[in-house]
Design a protein around this ligand. Structure first.
Ligand code: MLC
Ligand code: AMP
Length: 475
């Protein structure tokens, strides 16, 4: 399989090369188990995966990829509204899951995935063709339900190879993280990256400080390369004993949201490491990063474009901004890691590319004269980043409005020390409590999209056109 060459080779039989939530397997066994999955789903238009933090999720994703069937990872805690949208929108013909009794009412057959399948079926599968979707990841926009982002095997391979170069990531590494297996960070980098580079993988189930410390001090193959979102790094710093254990690591990498400069400094004081900061999106994969061979990495900078991409900064009037280290503009990207369009949404696709083919990230940035990039914020306040998760204000507002007691709803991201931003809601409603509304959203969407607080107001502030003035909502 072109995307994952290191599944075979000299270390293929190392017994615990891949560990997820305490369950270990060799690469060879992983491939056999994935082959058994591939044999069951070959020819399907797409297949969903119940993406719990378990070894079976890795097997299911690989099985789909081996069979050349686009894989759609679904957050395991998502409620029926989000789940049914993702299954329907992606055209998934089946759900792969470790437990067959999960989601019995999901409307597609549930195919069981086991970790101990003995088959040599994998040899008969070619894997995804280079330019077809290997994965379809769902991501939130400012309004409406999440959109499918098809990601090709070629884009993934180009991204992983460039990051391996930037981070000097090799088969000698032991990668450690505990990030969710349904996004770019945890799945593409955190699983496919380990398989492609041939490094060992220790997935800690949850990205807790104590689990990272345990992996760093393991007697056999202690962790060398650690991934986390900023919330993970700030929680690690709040537990200095655990943080100090990571001083033996080779490299700590932060991404998915801005790493606050004080956390960068505290992490250095406790571990001796200046974190590598990198930037990306579901639609573009990781496009900017500082490098392992650049020891004097500065906080708040995400380095240069990785080899397969180029960037530019554009002002509101469409003019190009020179790299002066001061002028802020929208970051635009093009290159081999960038997707070709949202699944079945030509209008959204057209709106996200410029007429000359650059992807509009919606992130505001500054570029130093030496080409170093700094991300300074997002153009739209309706796209919230909380704990590294991207959450559309419109999706949460629609979920609140689905409650019979809610007449109006507005959602914003409030600054939060722990999560970067926290989702908060303002509603016009009668006869319902704050807790009931939080639970209502948590049970229809993914749990992380729930508002952390709900304020009851008599009316939402609106302008003369009737549009909600979110700048006037107080948190
Ligand atoms: C609380 N819980 C509730 C609840 N209130 N459950 C149901 N209903 C309610 N009302 C429970 C949950 O079940 C869960 O329990 C727990 O609370 C979760 O708490 P949380 O506060 O929501 O999460 P927390 O543990 O604080 O998570 C922090 C975090 C997480 C950092 C671990 O945010 C995270 O994993 N972030 C990573 C996001 C990520 O990978 N993004 C990458 C996007 S890709 P229990 O029992 O399960 O704990 C990308 C590209 C790039 O951005 O550049 O990388
Ligand atoms: P997602 O689609 O979940 O991958 O989220 C992508 C968004 O995460 C980007 O558009 C940015 O807003 C944000 N992001 C990712 N990495 C960084 C970073 N290093 N610094 C600031 N923001 C980031």
């Amino acid at each position: 399989m072109r995307l994952l060459p290191s599944l075979t080779g000299p270390t293929a039989d190392e017994p615990a090369a891949i560990q997820v939530a305490g369950h270990a397997t060799s690469r060879a066994q992983l491939l056999e188990a994935a082959g058994a999955v591939a044999a069951q789903i070959a020819g399907a238009p797409a297949v969903a995966v119940h993406a719990a933090a378990r070894l079976e999720t890795v097997i299911a994703v690989l099985g789909g990829m081996l069979a050349g069937v686009p894989v759609v990872p679904v957050p395991p805690d998502c409620g029926p509204a989000e789940r049914d949208h993702v299954l329907r929108d992606s055209g998934s013909a089946a759900l792969l899951a470790a437990d067959t009794d999960v989601w019995p009412d999901c409307g597609v057959p549930v195919v069981p995935v086991g970790a101990s399948a003995h088959t040599h079926a994998s040899a008969s599968f070619a894997g995804p063709s280079a330019d077809a979707a290997a994965l379809i990841l769902y991501t939130s926009g400012t309004t409406g339900a999440p959109k499918g982002v098809p990601i090709t095997a070629d884009a993934i391979a180009a991204d992983l190879d460039a990051l391996a170069d930037a981070w000097q990531w090799t088969a000698d590494d032991t990668l450690v993280h505990g990030l969710p297996l349904f996004h770019v960070h945890g799945l593409v980098l955190g699983v496919l990256g380990a398989l492609r580079t041939g490094s060992r993988l220790v997935h800690t189930a949850r990205p807790t400080a104590s689990a990272y410390a345990a992996a760093a001090t393991a007697t056999a193959h202690p962790g060398t390369l650690f991934f986390g979102v900023p919330t993970v790094w700030s929680r690690l710093c709040a537990d200095p004993g655990s943080a100090k254990a990571l001083s033996t690591a080779r490299l700590l990498v932060s991404g998915s949201a801005a790493l606050p400069a004080p956390v960068f400094a505290e992490l250095e004081a406790l571990t001796g490491h200046r974190a590598v900061e990198r930037y990306g999106m579901t639609e573009t994969l990781i496009t900017l990063s500082t490098r392992a061979d650049e020891p004097n990495r500065k906080p708040g900078t995400v380095g240069h474009p990785i080899a397969p991409v180029v960037t530019r900064l554009v002002a509101e009037d469409g003019s190009l901004i020179t790299r002066d280290g001061a002028t802020v503009g929208e970051l635009q990207v093009r290159g081999a890691t960038v997707f070709h369009g949202y699944l079945g949404r030509p209008e959204a696709t057209a709106a996200s590319f410029t007429h000359d083919g650059w992807f509009r990230t919606g992130d505001m940035a500054v570029i130093e004269p030496d080409g170093t990039h700094r991300i300074v914020g997002r153009a739209s306040t309706d796209l919230i980043k909380s704990g590294g998760y991207r959450i559309g204000a419109g999706e949460v507002e629609n979920a609140l409005l689905a409650h019979p007691a809610v007449r109006e709803a507005a959602v914003i991201g409030a600054p939060d020390e722990d999560l970067g931003q926290r989702v908060i809601a303002f509603v016009v409603a009668d006869g319902v409590t704050e807790t009931e509304l939080i639970d209502f959203v948590a049970s229809s969407l993914s749990v992380h999209k729930r508002p952390r607080s709900v304020s009851f107001v008599d009316a939402l502030p609106r302008n003369a056109m009737g549009k909600v003035r979110k700048d006037q909502l107080r948190h």
